[in-house]
Design a protein around this ligand. Structure first.
Ligand code: NAD
Ligand code: UD1
Length: 370
């Protein structure tokens, strides 16, 4: 790293996707700079990032809503681009607390853009959007030309941000924006040093499965067994978080090469059912995942997976890791860090569960509820 290494601001860079992107950007020759208020992350991630990258981890603690603070950080680090991860992301919570969602997600982006507008050099921004903007699609695979029909305040907030970016581009062509619509990010860094650390009971499938495997939760509830899918359970496009991080590097590079702005799906293009994830996880961990069928979850759709050809064409990016690798790395992270970032590194070995072998018929056994 030299004086001339280009700095890239990562708002929300201490979080799940931001931390993996930190590593990928550092490996690609950038100096990532984290701005995070740690409302949904743990400071221990910073030591892990230093360990992984072998370099200092610039981190500015504060709120992205504080425009003057963001502007000062952008200027002090001479950032040439920003990746905006900071925000809140639980669909159910957004229905309960819509104002908090619009404030954080929409005002957060506005604050970042206003801060960038006050600098001379930083006009390139990558935005974390979500496939949830498509709502309930008429068919799969979903391409970027599908209509957006957000069904929750969270999804609305993401679409509003996309529209703000479009207006800004229209007003001044020097702005370059990369909108990334993520499908279902899962997995962890293969070292097990960084990963997803949800607080409380996980809403999402993979963190729940890993907690069942490690014995923190008794069994998984499979929401719905009568969907029009091959095995009746919901199908999603799971994407390894390291592939997603590489997608951000490609996006930053494309914008800095003065390419066109873009809006692309990031997924694998492959659908996997809930039972498919359970089976893959059992193979990866050698542990049974007890489960029971439960009613469909409100708001869920049967199938959701991406057409990924645009990302390939525009960014030259494609996902290279499959569901087995996603499960293996999620399991490795969970084993090394049963209490997430609150796990002391020196204690990790003591928490390592003994390996359990699969039976010849596989360990999958549905648990019937009483
Ligand atoms: P995360 O919660 O792990 O990371 C977000 C980070 O932003 C956290 O470290 C949090 O402390 C920080 N933050 C939140 N509000 C802030 C604020 N006002 N100021 C400063 N920092 C703030 O979430 P993630 O899974 O890494 O998601 C990152 C982004 O990707 C989010 O915008 C999310 O909506 C989007 N996204 C995530 C998924 C997913 O499945 N994880 C899917 C689609 C889109
Ligand atoms: C959810 C969000 C989406 C967000 C994504 C990633 C909703 C409606 N959508 O997507 O906006 O971008 O997370 O954060 O919340 N499942 C179970 N048991 C569980 C948990 C999940 O069977 O305990 C099933 C679900 O019904 C679904 C699949 O697993 O079929 C994946 O669920 P999840 O990981 O929550 O992701 P999405 O619902 O796709």
């Amino acid at each position: 790293m030299t004086e001339n290494t280009p700095s890239v601001l990562l708002t929300g860079g201490a979080g799940y996707i931001g931390s993996h992107t930190f590593v990928a950007l550092a490996e690609a020759g950038y100096q990532p700079v984290i701005l995070d208020d740690f409302s949904n992350s743990h400071p221990a991630v910073l030591e892990r990032l230093a360990q992984l990258t072998g370099r200092r981890v610039p981190c500015e603690k504060g709120n992205v809503l504080d425009t003057a603070f963001v502007a000062e950080v952008l200027q002090r680090h001479r950032c040439v681009a920003a990746v905006h991860f900071a925000g809140v992301k639980a669909v159910g919570e957004s229905v309960q607390q819509p104002l908090m969602y619009y404030r954080n997600n929409v005002s957060g982006l506005l604050s970042l853009l206003e801060a960038m507008a006050g600098t001379t050099a930083c006009r390139s921004v990558v935005f974390s959007s979500s496939a949830t903007v498509y709502g309930n699609p008429a068919s799969v695979p979903i391409d970027e030309g599908f209509p957006c029909a957000p069904e929750s305040p969270y999804a609305q907030s993401k679409l509003m941000c996309e529209n703000i970016l479009a207006s800004l581009r229209a007003s001044d062509p020097s702005w370059r924006t990369g909108v990334l619509r993520y499908f279902n990010p899962v997995g962890a860094h293969p070292t097990g040093l960084i990963g997803e650390d949800p607080s409380g009971i996980p809403n999402n499938l993979m963190p729940f499965v890993t907690q069942v495997a490690v014995g923190k939760r008794a069994r998984l509830q499979v929401f719905g067994s009568d969907y029009p899918t091959p095995d009746g359970t919901g199908v999603r496009d799971y994407l390894h978080v390291s592939d997603l991080a590489d997608g951000h590097v490609a996006a930053v590079q494309a914008l800095l090469a003065k390419g066109e702005s873009f809006t692309v799906n990031l997924g694998t293009g492959q659908g996997t059912s809930v039972l498919g994830v359970v089976r893959a996880f059992e193979r990866a961990s050698g542990r049974p995942i007890p489960f029971e069928f439960a009613p469909r979850r409100a708001g869920d759709v049967a199938q959701y997976f991406a057409d990924v050809s645009l990302a390939r064409g525009v960014l030259g990016w494609r996902a290279t890791r499959g569901i087995e690798e996603m499960c293996r790395d999620s399991w490795h992270w969970q084993q090394r860090n049963p209490d997430g970032y609150r796990t002391q590194t020196s204690d990790t070995a003591m928490h390592m569960p003994a390996p359990v072998r699969n039976s010849p018929n596989g360990p999958m056994r549905p648990v019937v509820s009483a």
